[in-house]
Design a protein. Structure first.
Length: 31
């Protein structure tokens, strides 16, 4: 069981999702 690898992938996934949601919010505010 590669716990560090799982945590690393989860961290990247969460950060990417946060960036995507921030972009969506900015687009909604601009329009």
């Amino acid at each position: 069981m590669k716990l560090r690898y799982i945590i690393f992938v989860a961290f990247i996934f969460i950060s990417q999702a946060t960036l995507a949601s921030n972009l969506l919010i900015k687009i909604k505010q601009m329009s």
